[in-house]
Design a protein around this ligand. Sequence first.
Ligand code: NAP
Length: 260
Amino acid sequence: MSERPMVLITGAANGIGRATALELARRGASLGLVDVDAAGLEAVSAELKELGTPAASRAADVTDRDALRTAIAEIEAEVAPVDVLVACAGFGTLTLVPELQIETLKRTFEVNLFGVAESIEAVLPGMLSRGRGHLVGIASLAGYRGFPWMISYSSSKAALIAYLEALRPGLAKRGVSVTTVCPGFVRTAMCTSVPYKHKIKMIEPEEAAKHVARAVLRRPRNCVFPFSMRVGLAFLRIMPDRIFDWMMRRAGPRALHVEF
Ligand SMILES: NC(=O)c1ccc[n+]([C@@H]2O[C@H](COP(=O)([O-])OP(=O)(O)OC[C@H]3O[C@@H](n4cnc5c(N)ncnc54)[C@H](OP(=O)(O)O)[C@@H]3O)[C@@H](O)[C@H]2O)c1
């Protein structure tokens, strides 16, 4: 990777993506930004300009192949070929048994799985031809077990975790590494909109961005944060299914203002 790596971030206009762009700019990266939120992109671009960061941004939906590929080609022509992709664009909404709708499930997979795959397939040929690159997928702790108030989101992130894992060996031998990032609760629009009954401990997007930026620089296989959630995740993964089911049945009325 060059002295000043070129990092392409999707979902860069808000939340974790925006904070990661600013954190990486401070650490000397050049940046390409993609998001559906054109106004948000403009605001981040202005901040990057103040930092003197070489950067370009384009409004595009990661599920729209042609628009995404055009956006990335223009960004690469303006800045540099992509060294690192941070696929951060994501979509999450409550999905509960009484309101199950296949359309919600499809849209969630469209953005959280196929949108990441579209982003990867857009930058991968360049990385393979150069024999180096790094793909960072922003999954979620919610992908490790099925949470009953986020049926669509949990299943899309589980699929993403498996997809990134399956890509890893074939790409490693071609010089491209893959990092799976699993954040816990981060104070962004996506997380604060969930009607939890009690105050949930959330980290700020700026703290999440520090973890993502470190992952960009160090290329670990997994990046799970914050530490408390890492411990929680370890428990969740080894927890017997029957205990998990019991916990989730109890969690409903105790944790949420809605019933599932
Ligand atoms: N916040 C958390 O607690 C948390 C925890 C674990 C994982 N994550 C993951 O972290 C990533 C970032 O989430 P966040 O919390 O920072 O959410 P956020 O604040 O809502 O930011 C997501 C950004 O992605 C954009 N976006 C959504 N769909 C897109 C699409 N199809 N094409 C291009 N851009 C799109 C959004 O635009 P609009 O706002 O205009 O839709 C928004 O700017 C997501 O993948 C999320 O699943 C978040």
